[in-house]
Design a protein around this ligand. Structure first.
Ligand code: UDX
Ligand code: ADP
Length: 457
């Protein structure tokens, strides 16, 4: 087969792992991953033990394909020029100003890419929308491309990412499905098939779904909204359990054993985090309002309201329990929004810590994977004099020493394996607040901690 040139713009949590797996499965394709952030690219080109992203299995693949058919580079324009296919995998944060502030996705990065692609292209290309983006982004990219360069033919394809962080490599190797949406024309179908050919190198035909552009874009938002809705549903019931004496783990198990419902994404937690769920639901809400569908907007918005409520409820427990303690110190275990990633975007730990610091608690944080500079950056909107009350610790022991309470907020295996008896003796007053994702037996905890509380008690 003829070698194909692929360029991916954006060397982040989506672009890096996705292109690594494509390169590994498709030796006939040459892939260049580019990014405007020079230090990120040099990290991708550095030692495999210090890649900018931690994902189980990623460094082994990088060691195998980097420098062969996978290259990381800052030469964005050159790579665009020689590519037949360009994946756009840049970040699309929620807008912080202007129309749709706090709701709609900021498409500035995607628009910049579209402009640069138009300026740098002298031959036809397929542009693949990989970033999590609102419905209608494909149309927007097309209009920028046509406006800036009418001489070259571009085809826009939506190929949303369904990988979850922490399991990205497995999700990419064995996805439930790959979704590819394109324009309903002969050229559109051809472009969709060109992208499907990449995935056909390692996946059977029945895993590849071909749709129109809008269905593909909406399916991505819908999938994340459904998943988040399940978590908010179980979290809402955890509050009811607290009042009634029912146990949320027992309710979750019973509900999940109904094969029509299924057991996944029914783990109660202090609230979901990650870069996608909140942003995608906000996009869905914004889209619904845009089309005058007020009831639909409110329905999905309530999923976010419950998520915020859950975080506040958890914080209130800490505050009420320690209200009489002088100079209270709390240890936060886990900064990543879930285990097996160094990503902390929208992590519940940020919100809980922010509230603690703003209410004069001293906070000691320990996470096995998230770097101190990330933790400080996550709290940049907390006043400087409050940050004096924060210590990022390099071990569990250091984080627990002389604290009054510990909150385990990320389900790292390391935490589950801990010897709480030894550790709690370092504390001033061994009180534990537990997120429902951390399955540690009640017996073990009752014997160790003076008091332990989870989201349903
Ligand atoms: C999600 C989607 O799963 C993925 O398909 C999409 O491509 C990107 O968004 P991600 O955010 O990486 O992936 O992780 P996910 O495993 O979905 O977890 C999201 C959050 O929900 C985490 O904070 C997690 O701890 C929390 N969660 C998950 C729960 O609170 N309870 C659960 O039962 C499951
Ligand atoms: P995601 O989780 O969506 O992958 P990340 O923030 O991890 O998000 O990665 C997105 C990457 O895209 C970042 O490394 C950022 O520097 C890069 N990026 C954003 N805009 C541009 C652009 N216009 N050109 C090149 N790279 C960009």
């Amino acid at each position: 087969m003829k070698s194909k040139e692929i360029c991916c713009i954006g060397a982040g949590y989506v672009g890096g792992p996705t292109m690594s797996v494509i390169a590994n499965n498709c030796p006939n394709y040459n892939i260049t991953v580019v990014d405007s952030n020079e230090s990120r690219i040099s990290e991708w080109n550095g030692p495999v033990n210090d890649l900018p992203i931690y994902e189980p299995g990623l460094k082994e693949i990088i060691a195998k394909v980097r420098g062969k058919n996978l290259v990381f580079s800052n030469e964005v324009e050159n790579s665009i020029k020689k590519a037949d296919v360009i994946f756009i995998a840049v970040n699309t944060p929620t807008k912080t100003h202007g129309e749709g502030k706090g709701m709609a996705a900021d498409l500035t990065n995607i628009e910049k890419c579209a402009k640069l692609i138009a300026e740098s292209s002298s031959s036809g290309k397929i542009i693949v929308e990989k970033s999590t983006a609102p419905v209608g982004t494909g149309k927007k990219i097309k209009s920028v491309l046509n406006k800036e360069n009418s001489k070259v033919k571009f085809q826009i394809v939506s190929n949303p990412e369904f990988l979850a962080e922490g399991t990205a490599i497995n999700d990419l190797m064995n996805p439930d499905r790959v979704l590819i949406g394109g324009e309903q024309s002969e050229e559109g179908h051809k472009a969709v098939n060109t992208i499907a050919d990449i995935y056909r190198q390692w996946l059977p035909e029945n895993k590849i779904i071909l749709t129109n552009l809008w269905s593909s874009e909406l399916s991505k938002l819908a999938s994340n909204a459904f998943l988040a809705q399940r978590i908010s549903s179980i979290n809402s019931l955890s509050a009811l359990c607290e009042k009634t004496g029912a146990k949320i783990d027992e309710v979750s198990k019973s509900v999940g054993m109904d094969s029509r419902i299924g057991s996944k994404f029914l783990q109660p937690s202090v609230g979901f985090g990650g870069s996608c769920f909140k942003k995608d639901i906000l996009n869905l809400v914004y889209l619904s309002r845009y089309y005058g569908l007020q009831e639909i907007a409110e329905y999905w918005e309530s999923v976010l309201k419950i998520n915020d409520y859950q975080k506040s409820r958890f914080y209130d427990k800490i505050q009420n329990t320690l209200s009489k303690t002088e100079n209270p110190t709390v240890s936060i275990f886990g900064w990543a929004f879930k285990k097996n990633t160094n990503d902390s975007r929208e992590s519940a730990s940020i919100e809980i810590t922010r509230k603690l610091l703003n209410n004069n608690f001293t906070v000691k944080v320990y996470d096995p994977m998230v770097k101190e500079k990330t933790i400080i950056k996550d709290l940049q909107d907390v006043l400087n004099n409050k940050l004096n009350k924060l210590t990022v610790c390099s071990s569990a022991e250091k984080a627990l020493k002389d604290s009054h309470a510990i909150c385990i907020l990320t389900e790292w295996d390391e935490f589950k394996a801990m010897n709480f008896k030894n550790l709690s003796s370092l504390m001033k007053e061994p009180i534990l607040f537990l997120d429902g994702r951390n399955i540690i037996s009640d017996n073990k905890l009752n014997r160790t901690f003076k008091k332990f509380m989870s989201i349903d008690k």
